[in-house]
Design a protein around this ligand. Structure first.
Ligand code: ATP
Length: 229
């Protein structure tokens, strides 16, 4: 049989104030699996990331982590249980240096510096003064040393230079190889499909289709974005 999902959303309803955005989201992510969550602007992808990480409460439904109900558990407790949200980068403090940021997570930053030399070069710089790409790398860096159970990446490549985007996707591939489950929201569908094992299409607060990436062709992609799937 198949391994139990690391993360499962069951009938999740959530929103902001009186506005309901998620209208019953069902989604499961397995160890070492990359799920690309795709859909038009406003479909509810970021909101799905926020409820999965515990940043936004649900009004109905359940969130399970390794089979445990964590629905009512706040973000910091989910983080401790292995849920990492990027790019918000819980634990990346703009007023601390790169080195100080890494030391809040790690005994020694050396393994990070070996893997990401551009962070080594910036070790005494305040995190808030880094470029967007460097901040994204700093957010993801601790995951290389202590891989999370689940990495939730909400538009990780937004506004970043192609070289950094490449680096970030290589990092995702490495984490996946090490068994991390990855939920990826990405505007760049081509890049997302290149690393995805499974694809979930979202529209108007619901998952409208999910299946292996091999079943996603141009027609299905167009249909999903136009809302006819
Ligand atoms: P995008 O690709 O544009 O980020 P998305 O699929 O990630 O879209 P969400 O960001 O989850 O969609 O937004 C879904 C809906 O929720 C939108 O209508 C948006 O306006 C609304 N929304 C998002 N954040 C808030 C908020 N903090 N307060 C009120 N409404 C919000």
């Amino acid at each position: 049989g198949r391994a139990e999902p690391v993360l499962r959303l069951e009938g999740v309803v959530a929103g902001y104030g009186d506005v309901t955005v998620l209208r019953g989201v069902d989604l499961a992510i397995h160890p070492g699996e990359v799920v690309a969550l795709l859909g038009a602007n406003g479909a509810g992808k970021s909101t799905t990331c926020a409820v999965a990480a515990g940043d936004l409460p649900v009004t109905a439904g359940a969130i399970l982590l390794d089979g445990d109900d964590v629905t009512g558990r706040p973000a910091h407790r989910r983080a401790r249980a292995g849920v990492l949200l990027a790019p918000e980068g819980r634990g990346v403090f703009p007023g601390l240096t790169v080195e100080e940021n890494l030391r809040t997570w790690l005994e020694s930053p050396d393994p990070v510096y070996e893997r990401l030399p551009q962070l080594a070069a910036r070790r005494t710089v305040l995190a808030g003064a880094l470029s967007g790409g460097e901040q994204q790398l700093l957010t993801l860096a601790p995951a290389l040393v202590r891989p999370p159970r689940v990495l939730i990446a909400d538009e990780p490549s937004l506004g970043l230079a192609p070289l950094v985007v490449e680096q970030i996707f290589a990092l995702f591939a490495e984490l996946r190889h090490r068994g991390v489950a990855l939920l990826l929201v990405e505007e760049k569908a081509t890049e997302a499909l290149a690393v995805a094992d499974r694809v979930a299409f979202m529209r108007l607060g619901r998952i409208t289709w999910t299946g292996p990436r091999s079943e996603v062709d141009a027609d299905r992609l167009t249909a999903a974005y136009l809302g006819v799937s």
